[in-house]
Design a protein around this ligand. Structure first.
Ligand code: NCD
Length: 309
């Protein structure tokens, strides 16, 4: 697989997704056995460049890089010169001069990682850009599903809540439809973009209808920070209509599994009883899969020698 950067699911195909998941599967086993592969990225530098807050994504990229032996540097915007007015492209030039090999970028502007990819020699990984994409989240979700359902095709997957502002929803529906699943999005009309049906998903505004026969139910956070106006009357009302409770989960298949990318707003988009369910919730496992998938992504991109363009 010749992958220069990982900017979105749009740059992948079913063969490259399967190869990435297979490689990640090996890393799951390696991580569980307590072994590390510290030689693979020895002497390589990974910079985590985060212009937005993150817990899971940043730490899992850090852990993934360290487990593979890379030198990992975390840069967050509040401590960098960007807060002093440096432009994104000046930052890129600075990072380039440091001979960074892998650049993991999170930014509140859609397209920022793609812009950086044109300006730096490093392989760029999009760790979430605005409302656009979050490809490693979609890959880790796919790995989690595949491990539980034995396949990542032919499944009915319902993505619920704030679809409009969610890069997780976008990357997931691109990946899941590409792999041959039936994807449904469920939410109030104010939180579902009108043009979404063109991406091959079906749109539902009622949980009962949308969850009917679902194998997987994904709940998403209400992304208040990206809402320019009040699109939801109140958190309490949202929970009543769209919050994933044990009662609403009965509309899905009896063995349907529950996912959430985190961070969760308990009692808003998901009820604790569902989120913490010992057998039906995959939320903790998603975090574990995140480390393995990011190791697979770093491994794949680092196979390209820096001087090879
Ligand atoms: C998501 C993100 O930042 O896009 N979180 C994550 O990476 N696990 C979703 C969110 O912020 O709600």
């Amino acid at each position: 697989m010749h992958l220069r950067h990982l900017l979105g699911i749009q740059g992948l195909n079913p063969v490259s997704v399967t190869a990435m998941l297979d490689l990640a599967e090996n890393y799951v086993l390696l991580n569980r056995s307590g072994k590390t592969q510290r030689d693979l990225l020895r002497g390589r530098t990974l910079i985590n460049l985060f212009f937005e807050d993150s817990t899971r994504t940043r730490t899992s990229f850090e852990l993934a890089g360290k487990r593979l032996g890379a030198d990992v540097i975390n840069m967050s915007v509040s401590t960098s010169s960007v807060s002093k007015g440096e432009t994104l492209l000046d930052t890129a030039a600075t990072l380039n001069a440091m001979n960074c090999d892998l650049l993991v970028v999170r930014h509140n502007q859609s397209g920022a990682p793609a812009l950086l990819a044109q300006k730096v020699d490093a392989a760029v990984i999009n760790a979430g850009d605005g409302m656009h994409e979050h490809p490693t989240q979609a890959l880790l979700d796919a790995l989690t599903i595949r491990r539980h359902k034995g396949r990542i095709a032919g499944l009915t997957i319902a993505i619920c809540g704030d679809i409009a502002h969610s890069r997780v929803a976008r990357s997931n529906l691109l990946l899941l439809t590409m792999m041959g699943n039936f994807v449904r999005v469920i939410g109030p009309p104010t939180l579902i973009p009108a043009e979404i049906a063109a991406l091959g998903v079906t749109v539902h505004h009622e949980m009962q209808e949308g969850l009917d026969g679902a194998d997987i139910v994904m709940a998403l956070r209400l992304q208040k920070e990206r809402m320019t106006k009040g699109l939801v009357p109140s958190a309490r009302e949202f929970f009543a209509f769209y919050g994933l409770s044990a009662e609403k989960l009965t509309f899905a298949k009896p063995d349907a599994l529950v996912m959430h990318p985190g961070p969760m707003n308990r009692g808003v988009e998901i009820d604790s009883e569902v989120a913490d369910h010992p057998t039906r919730s995959l939320i903790k496992e998603q975090v574990e899969m995140g480390v393995a998938v990011r190791m697979a992504v770093l491994d794949t991109l680092a196979r390209r020698p820096r001087w090879n363009g």
